[in-house]
Design a protein around this ligand. Structure first.
Ligand code: T4K
Length: 378
């Protein structure tokens, strides 16, 4: 049994000695940022690895979301999910846009396409769904609605690095859907550059606008074409990304093994629900959420506490709902009556530790604490 704390994740890093030559090059050239050689190489390498046409690197996904909305000139109201990290809705507020929360699908925990149309008003200009935990949204249904109502679609794809869907005979990146998709390369993500993020664009023109926006709006030394921001990724982060890319397949494979072990241990545990494995998708196993339902014999918070006192720090992603935070709860769409599935899910979910270096002994230890919680709380 591991005595040291186990957190929900433990960031992957390459061997330090492998990174030193990259740092040495940066120290020699003194190119530290502003679209330097490592930045350009990482953009090219990610396009190839992910199977996407254009990518713009950012300092983090939050600034990338804020910029994506600017790039498409989104205004008014945007339909989004309350079941996400706060950055999703915060990016709207930073653009003076009103979030309109729509409930989630109970199976995928993603924005429920069947509920989107009822939330559309004359002010609606876009939809911002999240591929929650890396499970692909119903991209076809969302596209049909967006086309019917002439809405933009910006996917918060912070969890969806490397996620693919079967389309016809081929596997295609889920990041190719929507007008734009935004990735996070935060320390806690499947692929990290310490901090980082990116926007996937469908064409060179859109990428160019995004690249101007992330560099204060500069086109050249003397021309500023937009009220841009500073969202540029540094050379150190980009160089690390290049190195991380060499290890990411191995990391995803090991995550998949961790998930399989959990799933075996939790087979047929009454009241403990695991998410359905989506058909025809290649996942990245970024999170391992379980839902503690009424038949379990203890509450989600009982399990959370039982783990915590044994030094295992599972996380309640995503509780509280975004719509319950003070800056959102006054919105009509934030009412509990409008979001029943989100509320139930937020009260039942627990994301268990999942990361490549988690050992089978650790997984068995965690699973046994979870399973013994009902008897220990009697
Ligand atoms: N959209 C969605 C759907 C997102 O989930 C996120 C971020 C964003 C947008 C915005 O992306 P960024 O702007 O961050 O690129 C974490 C992350 O900070 C956040 O990036 C992530 N989602 C969210 C789901 O989780 P916290 O507050 O839970 O992080 P923290 O610091 O408590 O870390 C969790 C555990 O990870 C720690 O207990 C220990 C471990 N850890 C963490 C860090 C940062 C480490 O071992 N080393 C580390 O450096 O938000």
């Amino acid at each position: 049994m591991s005595e040291s704390p186990i957190f929900v994740t433990r960031p992957e890093l390459p061997p330090l000695e492998d990174f030193l030559p990259y740092l040495q090059e940066i120290w020699e050239t003194r190119v530290l940022t502003n679209n330097g050689p490592f930045h350009q190489k990482l953009e090219a390498a990610l396009c190839e690895y992910l199977g996407v046409p254009y990518i713009s690197l950012f300092t983090n996904a939050t600034l990338a979301l804020v910029t994506a909305l600017q790039a498409l000139r989104v205004t008014g109201e945007v339909i989004t999910t309350p079941y996400s990290f706060v950055a999703t809705a915060h990016s709207l507020m930073w653009n003076g846009i009103k979030p309109v929360f729509v409930d989630i699908d109970p199976v995928t925990l993603n924005l429920d396409p069947l509920r989107i149309e009822a939330a559309i008003t004359p002010q609606t200009t876009a939809i911002m769904p999240v591929h929650c935990y890396g499970t692909p949204c119903d991209v076809d249904a969302i596209r049909r609605i967006a086309d019917d109502y002439d809405l933009k679609v910006i996917y918060d794809a912070a969890h969806a690095f490397g996620v693919q869907r079967q389309e016809g005979d081929v596997m295609r990146s889920v990041l190719n859907h929507g007008d734009l998709s935004v990735l996070s390369f935060h320390a806690t993500k499947v692929f990290n550059t310490l901090e980082g993020g990116a926007i996937i664009s469908p064409d060179a023109r859109t990428k160019q606008r995004i690249d101007h926006l992330k560099n204060f709006g500069f086109v050249n030394e003397t021309t500023v074409v937009a009220t841009g921001i500073n969202g540029k990724m540094s050379e150190v982060n980009a160089a690390l990304g290049l190195l991380q890319l060499k290890h990411v397949d191995h990391a995803i494979t090991r995550r998949s093994e961790v998930e399989s072990t959990y799933r075996q241990l939790f087979t047929d545990v009454p009241g403990l629900r695991m998410l359905d494995i989506p058909a025809n998708a290649q996942r990245n196993h970024s999170y391992f959420p379980i839902l503690i339902e009424p038949g379990f014999g203890a509450s989600r918070d009982d399990v959370y506490q039982a783990l915590k006192v044994r030094n295992v720090f599972a996380r309640r992603y995503f509780y509280p709902l975004i719509s319950d935070f003070p800056m959102y709860r006054g919105l009509p769409s934030a009412s509990a009556a409008n979001l029943p599935v989100s509320h139930t899910t937020a009260s039942q979910v627990l994301c268990l530790p999942i990361f490549p270096s988690l050992t089978d002994v650790d997984i068995e230890h965690i699973a046994s604490i979870v399973q013994s919680t009902p008897s220990s709380t009697l």
